[in-house]
Structures are given as C-alpha cells and as structure tokens.
Design a protein around this ligand. Structure first.
Ligand code: GLY
Length: 589
C-alpha cells in the first residue's frame, strides 16, 4: 500500500493570521489564472529533491530546477545517471505552450563499427558492451544541462549547479540503494582503479551512512558551471576523458566530444479517451510504443472488463508493441523508420483485431531469460507558472561501464549495450533489434526512457520511471491510472506486470496478481514469471487545473522524495525511509 505520509497536498500548508490570508489570496489568484497552487518536485533521492527546491527558492523556474536535480542525481545516485551519461528532458513552457524533448542521448563514437562487439565467429562477446570504456557512448548530459539552462532557464549555471557541486565536494551519506547497486556491480567496480577509488572503500561496498566525497567530480562540475559545456567537451577535461578511455581499450577521440550536439525534437503525441499523452520521441522507443498501445486500447476498450481480462488485454497489447520495437525502431536520423504507419490508428486497430481474449498469442522466436532492469532515474517538476519537466536519465546498467576517467570524477555509461550488437541478439534486458538499431558511427542507440505528460482540460500529470525495458509498460500502467482518475499515490505504488514480446513471459511483481488470476492467465496460454523483487521507481505529479491543487508522490519502492512548495518560505517536504538531510552549510553562492 502507498505510504500516505508521502503524498502532499498543497492545501495542507500551515495557515496562520495575515500570512494565512495572503496565502489564500495568492492561491485563489493562482487558481483563477489556471496556474498550479504550488511548485512540486518528485525525484529518486531526497538530496536531489532538496537541490531542486533550493533553486526554485532562489528564483529559478522548473527548467533551472531540472538542471540542479539532474546534476545532483549525478552525484548522489551515481548508479543511475551522471555527467558520463545521457537522457531525455521533456519540457513544457507555460508562457507559449512550447513542448519539446531535449535529446541528450549518448551517441556511438565515430570509430564505432556494426560488428565491434562480435568475435571472429560472429558471436556477441559477453559483457564487451557492458563493462569498461569500450561500452561507453559519447555523453550528452553536460551538453543538455547547459542547453536547458541557456534556452529555458532563468538562472546561470553557476547557481543551478551549485547544490550538486556542494554535494560532490562535501559528500553525502551512503544509503541502502547505493549499497545494493554497488553490490550488483562490485566485480566490475573493483576492476577499474579510478572507479574503485571513487565508489568503494578498500575495494568493498562503503558502509551505510559513510560520507562519500567526490572531489574530482566537484571540480568537473565547477568547470562546467564556470565555462559551460565546452569545459567538458573541449580542453583539459575532454583530453583527460579521451586519454583515459583510449588507455583502457576504448575508441573515443577528441572529435567525438567536440562533435556532440543536443537535439531538440518534437515529442510523440497521442490522444486517448479525451486525454493528450505527450512522450519521448525517437531515439527513445517510449513514446512510439505508448502511442501504439493506447491506439490499440482505443480499438479494444478496457472498460467493463474483469480484472483478469484487463491484464490479458494489456499483456497482448504490450506484446505487439514490443514486437514492433524490435523490428522497426532505431535512430531515425540514421535509418528510415515507418513512423507514420506505426503511429496510425488504422494500423493499431488491425493489430488489435488479432487479439483473442481467450488465448495468448505466442511470440514466435527463441526466448531466453534476461536481467531485470534496475538502472536509470526519473524526476518530475512543476512550477507555479505551469512550466513542467519530465526527465528520464541514464548511464544504462547500474554504475554504467564501472569506468571512471581518472582525474575527472566522471563515471562513463555503458549505453552502447542499447544497440543491437547483432540482428536478433538480445541485450542485457532481453531486448532484441535488427538493422534499424545496429551500431553506426555517431548514431544514437534506441532507448526505452519514457518521460511523459498526460493532459486533459481538467488535469495534468507528469510521470516516468527507471527500469530498463520495463520502463514503457510501467508508464503505460501509470498513465492509465492517471486517465482513469486514480490518485497520484496509486500510480507509483500499484503492482506491476510486464511483457516485452521476447522472452515470452509475463513478469509479475510479488503480490501484483492473485493466484486465481495467474491460474486464469496460464489457462489462456501465458507463460508466467513471478519475480522475487519489485521493480521501478516512479516519480509523479498531478495538477488539477480547475482547483489548482497539486499532489505528488514518490515510488515507495525507492528512497526518493516528493515536495510541494505552496510558498517558497514554507516548503512542505517529505521523504521516505532513509531520511537523508542536506548537510548543514550547503547554500547557494
Ligand atoms: N539505458 C536504458 C534505456 O535507455 O532504455
């Protein structure tokens, strides 16, 4: 069950005396102008939420807060995202309604080749695209942060990066999630000396509560704060990155870093039951798959189905959309993708007609088990002007490539594993692809990250989650909850299930479906995989446009926190277990 303590309603702010009266006036005015009654932030780490809050208090907008949160997550959640990674920032600017996806996805180095992870027999070399610098794409996060600050923010980078610099310099206490993720990647972290030094203590997982300082990362962040993204992609830091990568078997060049560009892309938009769903466009598969699934559900409505019929229908819709992912999707700047056809309601209706409510449709191809995605991070921000950000960021596997470029503090991604190393071969998450997602120099690898807005006349939802290939099915379940009018705490806490075409299994979180429902699904021909552990870490915000009320929730599976700020001087902030406080003395310059 959701932890109700973590759900915050703007109207619960303390109201006293004249201050009360002023607040009511402000709130009423806000409602009358159709603006949110408060700022809201939900992130996967309390210190990142606090960083966003500080920046909003300093006069920043949601975009400045997004820069502060992204950089702070790079410090306190090094297993999820970072300067050495990339991501997608979905923005809505209130003043003109502009909606844009900032594509800060990594790209393949210019020396990359389609067969770079294959041996002489043409087989995929195990872990070659996961551990070490050969697995790393050219990072996009530093360029994206500078771009967002410059074109959408109100504050200079020196201000919006200051909380992250403080966290890197002064340190943060090790939490249980850090320990679990470091345990998962311990062998690889031990293998690469600068990563071992930065993230382990004498080669072991740091104890709970130990303060982890990252002075080299603080210096890199400071250089970016002072000189912008050029400090990362050019000059001394860039030279160190390239030298370290090449010294350990990687293929980066100075040209790779200098040639990196952020791309502004139109998001994918789909209409479903009087709602407008806005999500990530290629090179993420997220928005395309969400659109396909929602279009199929328009043809085969969920209304009035029994719970088990509903699960069966959702699984069959997921199966079909993920099958198309494997066949058709890749970086559309490099390969032709039949996007109009894939997104057309007519195509979805034809596919939906093939769904038999009594029988599972087998996914015809060899199937093998795969790792379960725990990586990546998501945050959501709304400010009182109505600006909003949904951002999903990654370095791929927990702790990425487990390789830190010496003297930079930058942990590199292993996002190259998101390419299809060989047509039909599964990646770490069991996802397959073909030529469309083959490796090519400068190409962006296909992603599942799905930062999403759901909009109607009455409500606006901002949501997303980490979780590898399961991101898209989690966002589907969450946005259906939003559209069906459930409260925000239900979207983040609900039991989850997932199907990705191959392996041909329904993955089910512990307790998400009852024994009877599972038996019924098995009788329809579904193969079931009951998971030992939960997955996902959704961060969500809901704004009721009519009343102005804002609610927010952080997934109870994680240690994240959500915050509402009805008035900057009276933050209503909660956080989940772990209760990490921003260290005293960390203030904006
Ligand atoms: N690396 C996870 C994703 O982009 O989907």
């Amino acid at each position: 069950m959701p932890d109700r303590q973590r759900i915050h309603r703007a109207r619960k702010a303390p109201l006293r005396g004249l201050f009360v009266f002023c607040l009511i006036l402000v709130a009423a005015a806000a409602d009358a102008t159709g603006r949110p009654a408060s700022d809201a932030i939900a992130t996967a780490h309390p210190l990142a939420t606090e960083a966003g809050r500080l920046i909003l208090e300093a006069g920043g907008n949601a975009f400045d807060a997004a820069v502060a949160i992204s950089a702070s997550l790079a410090v306190v959640e090094p297993y999820g995202s970072g300067l050495g990674g990339g991501g997608f920032w979905l923005l809505h600017r209130a003043r003109d309604g502009r909606q844009v996806m900032i594509d800060g996805r990594e790209r393949a180095p210019l020396a990359a080749r389609a067969d770079m992870y294959l041996d002489a027999q043409g087989d995929v070399i195990p872990r070659a695209s996961i551990d070490g610098p050969l697995a790393a794409g050219i990072p996009g996060t530093p360029a994206a942060l500078a771009h967002i600050a410059r074109h959408y923010g109100r504050l200079p980078l020196e201000v919006s990066l200051s909380p992250a610099i403080g966290l890197a310099r002064e340190g943060f206490p090790i939490d249980a999630v850090y320990r679990r993720m470091a345990g998962f990647r311990l062998e690889a972290l031990r293998r690469f000396p600068a990563a071992r030094e930065q993230f382990l203590v004498d080669g072991e997982i740091p104890p709970l509560g130990q303060v982890l300082r990252q002075p080299a990362l603080a210096a890199t962040l400071t250089a970016i704060a002072e000189s912008g993204a050029a400090a990362f992609y050019h000059g001394e830091i860039g030279a160190r990155l390239v030298a370290a990568v090449r010294a350990s078997g990687g293929i980066w060049s100075a040209e790779d870093l200098q040639a990196y560009r952020v791309v502004e892309r139109a998001p994918i938009v789909v209409h479903y039951r009087n709602h407008r769903v806005v999500s990530a466009s290629l090179p993420s598969s997220g928005g395309v798959l969400l659109a396909q699934m929602l279009n199929m559900l328009s043809a085969r409505p969920l209304d009035e189905l029994s719970a088990v019929d509903r699960t069966h229908l959702l699984v069959e819709v997921m199966r079909r959309a993920y099958a198309d992912r494997a066949t058709y999707l890749g970086d559309s700047d490099y390969v032709p993708v039949p996007l109009a056809g894939l997104l057309s309601p007519a195509y979805a209706h034809r596919r939906a007609k093939t769904i038999d409510m009594a029988r599972a449709m087998p996914s015809v191809a060899p199937s093998e088990e795969a790792d379960e995605g725990r990586d990546t991070t998501h945050f959501s921000v709304l400010d009182r002007e109505g600006n909003r950000v949904a951002a999903t960021l990654s370095i791929n596997y927990p702790f990425g490539a487990c390789f830190v470029a010496a003297g930079t503090g930058v942990l590199l991604n292993d996002e190259m594993d998101d390419f299809s190393a060989k047509p039909g071969a599964a990646n770490a998450y069991g996802l397959r692809g073909n030529q469309a997602n083959a490796i090519a120099p400068g190409k962006r690898m296909l992603s599942s990250m799905s930062p999403t807005f759901v909009e109607s006349e009455q409500r606006v939802a901002i949501l997303g989650t980490p979780g590898g290939s399961r991101i898209i099915s989690m966002v589907l379940l969450g946005l259906l909850d939003a559209i069906e009018g459930r409260p925000v705490e239900d979207w983040v806490a609900r039991g989850r299930f997932h199907h990705q075409h191959l392996p041909d299994r329904i993955q089910i979180e512990p307790g998400a479906l009852g024994t009877e429902a599972i038996g019924d699904l098995e009788r329809r021909g579904h193969q079931i995989r009951q998971l030992d552990d939960t997955y996902g870490n959704m961060q969500a915000i809901l704004w009721d446009r009519r009343s102005g009320e804002v609610t927010t929730a952080s997934d109870p599976r994680g240690i994240g926190s959500s915050a509402l700020m009805p008035n900057s001087s009276v933050p209503a902030m909660r956080q989940s277990a772990g209760r990490i406080r921003l260290r005293a003395g960390r203030r904006l310059p």
